[in-house]
Write a protein that binds this ligand. Structure first.
Ligand code: FAD
Ligand code: NAI
Length: 328
């Protein structure tokens, strides 16, 4: 039997699993359809600088993750972010400072997942379409029709809807993934030539098309020309406007930003909209990770464990633990 383990998805869950298996001297190959690592924790390079269009920051509440974040801080991969934090409810903006520590990757989010790729064989730009269980082990077929493998085990670390077809060989796993609905988020980045006249650096928003805004250059390590803002449409608004064009989305959310901030928001000098179809699980689940040990098939990701960066990392580690527990 082959000894190599395949992981599908180079987000923080898949890479946490990969590093845990590597630490136990297992040979691992990670596949991702994107050109780089990070998934929803990645950063986009743009002409106005690196942009966090997905995860904005993360918190660390669980003991092992807190310890890991401390290590990342010492390595300079992570820093704390303490924005002038506000909230907006029913159009009323108020200062909303709290004691919560919030972290970001530095100088960009993807610094974190890039470091997690160290020592791991990552095959990017490879979308896995089907898994075939052969007497020699698992064969992975990519969207170009190329086979990869055989592998002794497979860990699927993609969002739940993308995991369903990959987990088809295991009824229990594919049913568990199919039961998880994931909601979309439209993200925009807007650059203004002159700074907007507001002290706000981040804001939790309710009763508005937006549910979050952040001034990108308030995060450690972010350098931009102009004043660059990130806005996230709420799940409900994003779902209702899924098919609008990126320009229409930018226009709507610029108006929403003006409503939240209560200041003049001129036409942006540069703009970008990105649609995350599977941004967050609709409901919180606490599977940790999912296993079908008899098949050698495992699943992990934020959807298994609370829907945040911390939960995704813990889920990846749990998938590795379940696999190693079988004595492989
Ligand atoms: P992902 O990051 O989605 O990784 C899955 C990977 O699988 C991707 O890289 C994808 O390309 C790959 N993939 C999928 N299908 C295939 C296939 N068939 N073949 C090969 N590769 C495939 N969390 C927080 O804690 N704080 C926040 O502030 C926060 N804000 C967010 C804002 C937005 C807009 C979004 C979208 C998410 C946010 N999150 C936040 C959630 C956080 O980003 C996720 O919980 C976490 O990054 C999920 O990691 P993951 O590894 O489970 O999945
Ligand atoms: P957190 O503790 O900072 O925030 C959790 C939630 O508590 C916030 O969404 C907000 O509603 C509320 N909150 C926290 N501090 C507040 C304050 N000072 N004033 C007003 N409200 C406050 O971070 P945690 O628990 O790590 O959550 C991560 C964040 O990521 C959440 O905001 C979540 O909505 C967001 N997220 C967004 C996704 C998307 O698709 N847009 C997907 C997954 C997470």
């Amino acid at each position: 039997m082959p000894k190599t383990i395949a992981i599908i998805g180079a987000g923080i869950a898949g890479l946490a699993a990969a590093q845990a298996l590597r630490a136990s001297r297992r040979k691992v190959i990670v596949f991702d359809k994107s050109r780089g690592s990070g998934g929803r924790l990645s950063s986009k390079r743009s002409e106005v600088g690196n942009l966090d269009l997905g995860a904005q920051y993360f918190t660390a509440r669980e003991r092992h993750f807190s310890t890991q974040v401390q290590v990342w801080r010492e390595l300079g991969l992570v820093d704390s972010w303490q924005p002038h934090l506000y909230q907006s409810r029913h159009g009323v903006l108020s200062y909303s400072a709290d004691e919560q520590q919030r972290f970001v990757g530095t100088p960009r989010m993807s610094a974190l997942t890039r470091s997690l790729c160290a020592g791991i064989d990552c095959q990017f730009a490879t979308r896995i379409s089907t898994l075939e269980n052969t007497p020699q082990g698992w064969l992975l077929h990519d969207s170009e029709g190329q086979p990869h493998g055989p592998f002794s085990h497979v860990i699927v670390a993609t969002p739940a809807p993308q995991a369903v077809p990959l987990l088809a060989a295991s009824q229990s796993l594919s049913q568990a993934a199919a039961a998880v609905a994931m909601l979309p988020t439209w993200a925009v980045a807007l650059q203004f030539a002159a700074p907007l006249a507001t002290p706000v650096e981040a804001c939790f928003v309710q009763h508005n098309p937006l549910d979050w805004i952040a001034r990108s250059q308030s995060k450690p390590g972010r350098e931009h020309s102009g004043d660059v803002w990130i806005g996230h449409g709420s799940s409900a608004w994003s779902a209702a406007h899924l098919e609008l064009s990126p320009d229409e989305i930018c226009e709507h959310l610029r108006g929403a930003l003006a409503e939240v901030l209560g200041c003049t928001v001129p036409a942006p000098t540069w703009q970008l909209a990105h649609r995350w179809l599977y941004a967050r699980p609709e409901h919180s689940h606490d599977h940790g990770a999912l296993a079908d040990p008899a098949m050698g098939l495992y699943a992990c990701g934020d959807w298994c464990n609370g829907g945040r960066v911390e939960g995704a990392w813990l889920s990846g580690r749990e998938a590795a633990r379940l696999l190693l527990e079988q004595g492989h």
